[in-house]
Each structure stands twice: as C-alpha cells, then as structure tokens.
Write a protein that binds this ligand. Structure first.
Ligand code: NAD
Length: 308
C-alpha cells in the first residue's frame, strides 16, 4: 500500500503538509469540547489544536470581539459563548449551550485566568489589596471549580469525560507570581486532585497542566508593568482587554528570558506546546491518567536554575 511521506521530526506520526494530523491520528474526532479563555493566548492554541484533531469546540470568553472572530475563522464546528468563568450562571449556560448544540460534552478545559497586578505593593504579602486578592481567586480558583461542577454534571450522564485545567509552575513553586496568583494556582492543583477522586467514580478524568512562561498577552502585560512605570496598573490591563497586542519584539524578549531560565536548551516554549499537553490529557491516549499535574517547563521546577 502507498505510504505517505512523513517528516522525520514527527517521529512517524501521520501528518499532512499543513501540519494537520491524518484522519487516523485525529485524537478528538467527533468529540465536543469547551475551552474557557479560548479567545487568545494559550487558550487560542488549545482551540486550534482541538479543531485540527476533529473536535467541535465552544470558546467561552469575556472578549466577545476576539472570541467571535476566532470562532468565525475556524469554520462551522466552532462557536463562541460569552462567559465570565467567575459567574456561575455564565458557566452553566456555556455548558448547556454546548450540550444543546452538539448533544454532549466530552472535554472541558479550564484555561481562563488572570495574573493580578504586578506593582511591588500589589505583590507584597505586607501590602497586597484584599479586593484584588479576591478578584484573582474568583477567576482562577472559583472559575475552575465552577467549570468542574458544571462539566462534571453534564459528563456524568454518559459516564465519560475529561476535564483539563491550566495551573502553572506557580502552582508548584513559590516566588513566581503575586500571592493571589500563586494561591489560586496551588488551588487548581488541589481541586484537580479532589475532583479526580470524586468524579473518577463516574468515569470522568480530571487533570491539569502547569506551564512555565509563555509569551502571551498575559505575560507581556505583566512584563510591561514591571518595566514601564507608565504602563496601566488596573484590572483591565491585567485581563488585557484594553491593552495593545504584544509586538514581535516584546514576544522575542520575553521568550529569551524564559529560554535563559529553562534547563532544556535549544527550544522555545510556545502556546502550541501547552496545547499538545492538554490534547494528551483530553484524549483517550491518557485514558488511565487522572489527578495528575503535567508540568511543561523545560525542566525548571526540577532544577536549581530559577535561583539567582
Ligand atoms: P491571556 O491573558 O493571554 O489570555 C487569557 C484569556 O482568558 C483571554 O482571552 C481573556 O479574555 C480570558 N479571560 C480572562 N478573564 C476571564 C474570565 N473571567 N472569564 C472568561 N475568560 C476570561 O493569558 P494566557 O497566558 O493565554 O493564560 C492562559 C492560562 O494559562 C491562564 O490560566 C494562565 O494563568 C495560565 N498560565 C499562563 C502562563 C504564561 O506564561 N502565559 C504560565 C502559566 C500558566
């Protein structure tokens, strides 16, 4: 039989010329997925990869313009629903929308998150603002728990499903972000373990992925706040809705900082790398993996490279 040519860099997997997997390797074929915060950054990479692997995807985000534009550009199997993950009715509606439109829910990715303000006053345990702490915890921790609640409810009916949340290396180590962010990301790792214990009885797997630095608008806004006194220091800037898209130069600078810290040399951590880890946990390739935190960090959390 005719064997299609394969790129040696893909280790023998079947990929076509555009980088899309051949049908045999569509790992989410016919599956229905929701990705929160899917309008840009890491979430956008997850949405794009899920679509390439045959999934029908609902993007759930507060950025209507970006979310709708991305959905429209990806064809009829991608929809957008406005959803603030810290508001329970929004999360419930996003899940109900996916189930009523596509008849089921197989994958829920809790990706939406905020970093919080980056000024030194905001970052210190001695001076942090309680309202700001609450805001970050509501989006990152409560938002993730609400995703698990409503996705779990929808998945139980078919005794099948995979919930994948985006934690962070700041969910494993201290000293990598503002206190609220670190607390919220540790909370996601804990919620993952707890929910895996409970939902496993219903055939539902629950895992998380912990990225190191990826040069997305989130990280670049934070970097701007740290380096430019005139950069906006408010919630809108954190969410990024009102902030200019990062320039190529800013992305390159950020990537260089991350490369200098990673143990693994010769590669740059990109949104697609996080998406590949999420895809593994979302698909049946990981059907016996639950309660796990898959760290994607170029070896940082297992090395001493962050010191100094
Ligand atoms: P980003 O700011 O570039 O994108 C986040 C997306 O989430 C945006 O589309 C935004 O509109 C949406 N969003 C924000 N608040 C929301 C809410 N309340 N409800 C629904 N949507 C909301 O960020 P990113 O870097 O792509 O981060 C994605 C996830 O990855 C976050 O959970 C983040 O904490 C995590 N993470 C990022 C990095 C990194 O270096 N970029 C590292 C570790 C973990």
């Amino acid at each position: 039989a005719h064997q299609p040519a394969m790129s040696p860099s893909h280790h023998g997997l079947g990929w076509d010329a555009s980088g899309a997997p051949t049908p045999m390797h569509k790992r989410l074929d016919g599956k229905v997925a929701i990705v929160t915060g899917g309008a840009r950054g890491i979430g956008e990479a997850i949405v794009r990869l899920f679509v390439k692997h045959g999934a029908k995807v609902v993007i759930a985000d507060i950025d209507d313009a970006a979310g709708e534009a991305l959905a429209a550009s990806l064809g009829p199997h991608v929809g957008f629903v406005r959803c603030d993950v810290s508001v329970e009715e929004d999360v419930e509606r996003a899940v109900d929308r996916a189930v009523s439109r596509y008849g089921r829910l197989d994958v829920f990715c809790n990706n939406a998150g905020v970093l919080g303000r980056q000024t030194s006053a905001a970052k210190s345990i001695l001076t942090f603002d309680a309202g700001e702490f609450d805001r970050v915890l509501r989006v990152n921790a409560l938002g993730t728990a609400l995703g698990m609640k409503h996705a779990g409810r929808a998945m139980m009916a078919r005794r099948y499903g995979s919930i994948v949340s985006i934690a962070s290396v700041a969910g494993v180590l201290g000293g990598l972000g503002p206190h609220a962010y670190t607390a919220s990301k540790h909370a996601i790792v804990g919620l993952t373990k707890n929910a895996a214990c409970e939902l496993g009885a219903h055939g539902i797997r629950v895992n998380c992925v912990s990225p190191f630095g990826v040069a997305t608008p989130m990280l670049i806004n934070a970097w701007r706040q740290g380096h430019d006194a005139s950069a906006a220091d408010d919630a809108d800037a954190d969410i990024g809705l009102e902030v200019a898209v990062p320039s190529d130069q800013e992305v390159e600078k950020m990537e260089e900082v991350v490369r200098s810290l990673a143990t693994l040399k010769g590669s740059t951590l990109r949104p697609r790398d996080i998406a590949e880890a999420v895809l593994f946990l979302a698909s049946d390739d990981s059907r016996y993996v639950s309660g796990h935190n898959l760290v994607v960090d170029g070896g940082v959390t297992t090395s001493r490279n962050l010191i100094g």
